[in-house]
Design a protein around this ligand. Structure first.
Ligand SMILES: [Zn+2]
Length: 111
């Protein structure tokens, strides 16, 4: 769990796995996470300002990547797309090879 507390910025949020609750020991902020849907229900806002609304993703959650994707995800997606296109349009395997090399280079740069 690498999510910082949206109320006080505490990077070490505690997780109550039995109750699917993520909470902050510092300020008392707590949310219930529905494991099936991923929905987050605020239980306790903690901190001095209640009802500050939406839970914006904390900055720690954002990772460098491409198009908002994890580099490896991008690589795998690109690879499967290349294979699909090659298959669909019956392209020369040289083109596929060049594409794979390009993908590999991009992956190497961004990972
Ligand atoms: Zn907190």
């Amino acid at each position: 769990m690498d999510i910082a507390c949206p109320q006080c910025g505490n990077p070490n949020l505690d997780v109550d796995e039995a109750n699917s609750v993520v909470y902050c020991k510092k300020c008392g902020f707590a949310v219930k996470v529905d494991p099936a849907t991923g929905n987050v229900t605020p239980i306790s806002q903690g901190g001095p300002q209640p009802g500050s609304g939406n839970l914006a993703p904390p900055p720690a959650y954002k990772q460098p990547g491409i198009f908002g994707m994890d580099p490896l995800t991008f690589f795998m997606l690109g690879l499967s797309l290349l294979l699909l296109i090659t298959f669909l349009y019956n392209l020369d395997l040289t083109i596929l090879g060049v594409g794979v090399v390009l993908l590999g280079l991009i992956y190497w740069k961004i990972r």
